[in-house]
Design a protein around this ligand. Structure first.
Ligand code: NCD
Length: 314
């Protein structure tokens, strides 16, 4: 068995044992990242290019740190989202980069499917750092690692994903991962922010926070993705906060030891109360960021092993 992928384009293609393998290795990299000497050489000699066609703080920084901790040569390409068009431009960019002999290509792009397209054109390992509203696999993996370490397991948990589900690749990747690992997933949000047909993915859908949050072990909040909204999806932010913003009162419906998560960037007072977000007894938001570096180290390490094996066999 073992991790069999050439790319990490989404959670969809991964088998449960592959997810476990990434998380197990990431646990080792958490320990390494907490030690005085944070260096290992799993990626030594390899070139990693980060190409972000959309804004990013956490994801880009952690991919860069992950590569550097494992000894890769890391290059960040700054690409302005506005000047990018899907199709010819993207392929041209891919071919140009491919000519520079990269080994790992980390790509974030505003169009769903753009990263898959790019992966078909290059001969290195491609990692999806978020494509439109499609997938954000390393986010789901870092969330899974955070949950597994906090709850001691990653199965038979009740997890609520709340807010702007429709525009969220984070929700999609988490929903798929949590389903594969046999958890109960409850989606909570206004009907305008709930994609149609989502219940077919094996989750329960709620409009009401009090009902949806009942006895859950994990509460995952999402940012209102205004950049993906082309009209009025919510009456006002005030109203939204009143109905869907997570505060201590709404959290009281969850299990007494429920943890609070948010992928960041968060809008305090819109989807989450600032005091609750900072409450280290409930919120694991900072842990999520720490796990992000370790999960990206693990994912790139495993992909690099397969890349080297493929090249040796060729
Ligand atoms: C998320 C993203 O970009 O999809 N952020 C992240 O990667 N941590 C979520 C968001 O932008 O709201």
């Amino acid at each position: 068995m073992g991790f069999r992928q050439d790319h990490l384009l989404g959670i969809e293609p991964l088998a449960p044992d592959e997810i476990r393998e990434i998380l197990d290795l990431a646990d080792d990299y958490v320990a390494l990242s907490r030690s005085a000497d944070k260096h290992a050489d799993a990626l030594r000699g390899l070139t990693q290019i980060n190409m972000f066609f959309e804004n990013s703080t956490r994801t880009q920084a952690s991919f860069e740190l992950a590569g550097k901790r494992l000894g890769a040569d890391v290059m960040n390409m700054a690409v302005a989202a506005s000047s990018v068009k899907k199709g010819e431009t993207l392929i041209d960019t891919a071919m140009t980069l491919n000519a520079m002999q990269p080994d790992l290509l980390v790509v974030r792009h505003p169009h769903s499917g753009a990263v898959d397209l790019l992966a078909q054109k290059v001969n290195c390992a491609v990692l999806n750092a978020g494509d439109g509203r499609h997938e954000h696999p390393t986010q789901a993996l870092l969330d899974a690692l955070t949950i597994r370490r906090k709850k001691g397991r990653l199965h038979r948990l009740s997890v609520a994903i709340c807010g702007d589900i429709a525009h969220s690749r984070v929700a999609r990747s988490n929903l798929i991962l949590l389903g594969k690992m046999e958890n109960r997933v409850k989606l909570i949000g206004p009907p305008t922010l709930m994609p149609s047909g989502i219940a077919e993915l094996g989750c329960e859908v709620y409009e009401n926070m009090a009902e949806g949050l009942k006895d859950v072990d994990v509460v995952m909040m999402l940012r209102l993705q205004k950049e993906r909204m082309d009209g009025g999806f919510i009456p006002s932010e005030r109203e939204y906060y009143h109905l869907y913003g997570l505060d201590a009162e709404k959290l009281a419906h969850a299990a007494p030891d429920a943890i609070v998560m948010h992928p960041g960037p968060m809008n305090r007072g819109v989807e989450i109360d600032g005091t609750l977000a900072d409450d280290i007894n409930r919120s694991v938001i900072q842990e999520q960021v720490e796990m992000g570096v370790a999960v990206r180290m693990a994912a790139m390490d495993l992909l690099a092993r397969n890349l080297r094996a493929r090249r040796q066999a060729a």
